[in-house]
Design a protein around this ligand. Structure first.
Ligand SMILES: NC(=O)c1ccc[n+]([C@@H]2O[C@H](COP(=O)([O-])OP(=O)(O)OC[C@H]3O[C@@H](n4cnc5c(N)ncnc54)[C@H](OP(=O)(O)O)[C@@H]3O)[C@@H](O)[C@H]2O)c1
Length: 269
């Protein structure tokens, strides 16, 4: 048995009478763990409860690449930050796996989006919907936010990079601003500036559920959200995928996908 973690898609390819939860030949998206190799007739088998039909407009790889990061973004922006129409948000790492989905969801929610990326990714971030792009290599993002907001600050900071963002975020915030982080950091952080902003912090470790997949699917169907796959590797080449992830300045945008099914190696995302 092979435990593949939480990014997956699966498709039943034969008329096995069990399990009973779905119709064979349908394609599904699941946000949870799955196993493969147990059933001769079904190359992947969902071992936990929540699944949903794949949106028609997405390829299998695109659908598989969205489940974890999409659920994370939904939890961060909708559930925790409660981002509202007309508010502003700073999304750190705007072309990363999480960040590129966060920009699109924040725009769909009616927010003004600021994001930190390298200059080489400015255009891509704008195509995702970013209103203001900040080159994190050349400019301090606190200065950039204060300049672009006339000293007002943003309503929400979404931290996907860690480091000292928890202590620096209050400097970019408007009054009653919210900071949502998905990165665990072992660095001690001084949050004293948060008092003056009446700031609130949210720490997210993604909890997936069917409802989030439904909401994300609605955005996909309206053309407001599409995951981007920056690279595709076969199961055998997972070490190469890890090597790419660990390479600084790797130029990667969006997600890396692993194509498990041999015939899907050439599937275009
Ligand atoms: N808590 C949860 O539930 C949860 C869920 C999903 C992910 N995560 C965590 O969230 C983090 C991000 O995940 P991911 O999948 O989005 O990773 P990713 O695809 O590697 O994206 C990270 C992005 O951050 C950018 N970046 C690096 N340093 C930066 C800086 N100083 N300022 C601005 N951008 C910077 C990188 O761009 P460059 O090309 O410029 O380096 C890259 O685009 C990871 O630590 C992951 O473990 C947590």
């Amino acid at each position: 048995m092979f435990l593949a973690g939480i990014y997956c898609r699966y498709k039943c390819i034969d008329k096995n009478p069990e399990p009973k939860f779905f119709h064979f030949t349908d394609n599904f998206n699941t946000a949870f763990r799955w196993t493969t190799g147990q059933h001769a007739t079904c190359w992947a088998h969902c071992v936990t409860g929540d699944w949903r039909k794949k949106p028609r407009s997405l390829s299998h790889l695109e659908a598989a690449s969205l489940t974890l990061v999409g659920g994370t973004v939904w939890e961060a922006l909708v559930v925790r930050a409660a981002l509202r129409v007309g508010e502003s948000i700073l999304i750190h790492g705007g072309v990363g796996g999480v960040g590129h989905v966060a920009i699109q969801v924040a725009k769909a929610m009616g927010a003004r989006v600021f994001t930190t990326v390298r200059e080489a990714n400015f255009e891509f971030a704008r195509t995702l919907g970013a209103d203001v792009v900040i080159d994190y290599e050349k400019e301090d993002y606190v200065d950039a936010i204060m300049r672009e907001t006339g000293g007002h600050g943003v309503d929400v900071v979404f931290d996907t990079i860690g480091g000292n963002t928890l202590s620096r975020s209050p400097d970019t915030l408007a009054q009653l601003g919210r900071i949502v982080t998905i990165v665990d950091t072992s660095l001690p952080q001084n949050l004293v500036q948060a008092w003056g902003k009446n700031a609130s912090y949210h720490f997210v470790f993604t909890r997936q559920n069917r409802g989030k997949l439904d909401e994300l699917s609605a955005l996909i169907e309206r053309g407001q959200l599409r995951p981007h796959i920056g690279a595709v590797y076969s199961l055998a080449d997972i070490p190469l995928a890890h090597a790419l992830l660990e390479t600084p300045n790797n130029g990667l945008r969006g997600k890396i996908a692993i194509a498990v099914e041999p015939s899907s190696h050439t599937e275009s995302a």
